[in-house]
Design a binder for this molecule. Structure first.
Ligand SMILES: [Zn+2]
Ligand SMILES: [Zn+2]
Length: 338
């Protein structure tokens, strides 16, 4: 089926995004130093924190309180990850929670794994910030400014790294780190809805997946998160490692963040899939897949029927033609006999 024009990848607009993926080739020229590797890891971890604790748990879900300066710094840190502005990010993410894995969902893997991973953001459809979903944030002019100029902070960061430490630090510390940061973050929209286990009954296909939780500072507990989205803590049990939450907890001791919201204990024990409660999210997914197979089979059967009908039509036409020829010939032969 052909995608609508605004859901097709806009290759022109995404040239910088594509080119950055080729930037590791520059390492053959710049070389790799130990310092650049540490910078890569450090900038990955720091910016991942701003994305998960800031863009996601604060701006999209308001799962704790920040004062205005803290809010601005969290937004500024988030923009350094080059994932557009805080308002755009939060608006799309709120939409995802409202329509998870339904036809309206912005990045459900039901529309295709690659679509959920990068396709949706490379299309024109979700380019603009949907301000109706983020009225609570859009009232702050400093956040609106960052959202309108999201490339300024990462650009300045890249220039700063280059001036301070040279080309190897720029390529490894900024570009390679950013590529990792992107794809691990995107994996929450793609892999965390496809791979892993489900603990809670939700209306979507979200999963808990330890490797992603380790790489993202706790975001891999995605089924937990879809079950109780307003929680600042996504690893609900002690063994579910959630580095972003631990960091926020430490920050709360210094009053840098306040009122961290966590789910009530009783809620954690309810709606468990293993209790025999039908898994609505997966049931809907299976039904959708079955429906797709039926639709495909129907379409191919209809096409085969149309083809057969056409062949029969041709055969009938040629038989008719042959009969007419034969009648004409017999009449001619009869006339000759006479
Ligand atoms: Zn999700
Ligand atoms: Zn969320």
């Amino acid at each position: 089926m052909k995608k609508p024009q605004n859901e097709r990848i806009n290759w022109v607009r995404t040239i910088p995004f594509t080119l950055i993926h080729l930037s590791p080739l520059l390492l053959f020229w710049t070389g790799v130093t130990w310092f650049s590797v540490f910078l890569c890891i450090g900038l990955y971890a720091a910016r991942m924190f701003f994305i998960t604790a800031g863009y996601h748990r604060y701006f999209a879900h308001r799962s704790y309180h920040l004062n205005r300066l803290g809010q601005f710094l969290m937004a500024l840190g988030g923009t350094l990850a080059a994932q557009k502005g805080p308002l755009w990010w939060a608006a799309n993410h709120r939409h995802h929670h409202q329509y998870s894995d339904q036809p309206e969902d912005i990045h459900s893997p039901i529309k295709g794994f690659l679509w959920s991973h990068v396709g949706w953001m490379m299309s024109d459809k979700y380019y603009e910030t949907k301000t109706d979903r983020i009225q609570d944030l859009a009232k702050y002019p400093e956040l609106r400014w960052l959202d309108a100029h999201p490339l300024v902070p990462p650009f300045l960061l890249a220039i700063g790294i280059f001036l301070l430490w040279g080309p190897a630090a720029l390529v490894m510390g900024f570009f390679v780190s950013t590529i990792f940061l992107w794809h691990v973050t995107f994996s929450i929209n793609s892999i965390a809805h496809v791979v892993g286990s489900r603990r809670y009954v939700t209306h979507d296909t979200s999963r808990n997946f330890l490797p992603l939780a380790l790489l993202t500072g706790g975001e891999g507990w995605h089924n937990n998160h879809h079950y109780f989205p307003s929680s600042a803590r996504q690893g609900f049990f002690w063994w579910e490692i959630d580095l972003s939450y631990y960091t926020l907890k430490v920050m709360s001791w210094f009053r840098l963040v306040k009122k961290l919201r966590v789910p009530p204990k009783a809620i954690l024990q309810l709606n468990r899939i293993k209790d025999g409660i039908p898994d609505i999210g997966m049931f809907k997914d299976h039904m959708r897949r079955a429906h797709r197979v039926i639709e495909k089979t129907k379409a191919s059967t209809e096409a085969a029927y149309a083809h057969q009908k056409e062949l029969v039509g041709h055969a009938m036409e040629s038989a008719k033609q042959q009969t007419e020829d034969w009648v004409r010939l017999s009449k001619g032969a009869a006339r000759i006999k006479k």
